[in-house]
Design a binder for this molecule. Structure first.
Ligand code: SF4
Length: 295
């Protein structure tokens, strides 16, 4: 695999891989948990995707880690909770259904659980995040009272918010500060005392900071990750807002030759759940394109 933060000089196209490209520690930890259990004689399952990357999910499936869509009665099976976490009810239901649980929830997501539970004692909890994302469902599922989830400043539930006197706002770990600040500005007009406890994780902050400079230094940007990856989507959105020649690809097969006409410098940033081997195959493909380009 190519060393990150190094420039590869192919014949005609320079390739710059972002320093923070690829796995975060929570994803690496969850995958290692699966790999360690894959040699077990027991049936090993994950509810949903262990991380949001199709290549990783398929690779683990080949090693016997099954993805299940719902919990069913079992005996002698192990259920791995994904890096995104899960609501308390899932843990209860899985235990009652006969699973032994191995919890691979990222410690940074568990920090959000702890912070939200503490804040709930004296506040209405508001989550800034994607309503249907497992992480957000997991945070909501730690609380005694249903929190309010807000995705953007366009969809504030004004009537519900008007009834709140004291609110504490936590965030999905992969949100952008741009989205958070826009929502907070509107929210404070409705609940002036609303207080933000930003729980965006450090990896996200580092990746998002780097993707604000990479598109300025390169003619074209490739953001690498599966369509289900929330952090990849945000990297794409930030990059695209700076450099229109930004493409979100799952792997080297998604690359289109006609993107690279007159392109001298390509920046690559992989999402937090994208393995290095996918980036390596993209670099190989770019080198092939570069050497076959007659221009
Ligand atoms: S993006 Fe952050 S919170 Fe999510 S798994 Fe990675 S380190 Fe953990």
């Amino acid at each position: 695999m190519q060393t990150k933060n190094k420039t590869t000089n192919t014949k005609k196209i320079k390739i710059n891989i972002a320093k923070s490209s690829g796995f975060c520690f929570g994803v690496r930890r969850a995958i290692n948990t699966c790999l360690q259990l894959s040699s077990s004689k027991k049936s090993i399952c994950v509810l949903g995707d262990i991380v949001h990357n199709n290549f990783v999910v398929e690779k683990l499936a080949k090693k016997g880690i099954k993805k299940i869509a719902k919990i069913y009665k079992t005996q002698n099976s192990v259920l791995i909770i994904s890096a995104h976490g899960a609501p308390k009810q899932i843990f209860t239901k899985a235990r009652q259904s006969g699973y032994k649980i191995i919890d691979a929830t990222c410690p940074k997501v568990k920090d959000i659980y702890r912070i939200s539970r503490r804040l709930e004692k004296t506040n209405k909890v508001i989550i800034i995040g994607d309503k249907n994302h497992e992480e957000v469902k997991g945070i909501a599922g730690q609380l005694r009272k249903k929190p309010i989830t807000i995705e953007s400043d366009h969809n504030l539930p004004i009537n519900k918010l008007k009834r709140i006197k004291k609110a504490a706002v936590v965030t999905q770990s992969t949100q952008t500060m741009y989205n958070i600040n826009r929502i907070m500005t509107r929210l404070k007009k409705i609940i002036p005392s609303a207080k933000l406890y930003s729980t965006v994780c450090r990896t996200t902050l580092i990746k998002q900071a780097e993707i604000r400079t990479l598109p300025k230094k390169n003619n074209l940007i490739l953001i690498v990750g599966s369509a289900t990856s929330a952090n990849t989507r945000r990297l794409y959105e930030i990059s695209r807002s700076i450099n229109k020649k930004t493409y979100w690809i799952e792997n080297s097969k998604s690359i289109k030759t006609n993107w690279f006409k007159n392109i001298k410098c390509v920046g690559i940033m992989a999402g937090a759940s994208t393995p290095d081997e996918i980036v390596a195959s993209i670099v190989t493909r770019l080198k092939q394109l570069s050497s076959s380009n007659p221009a």
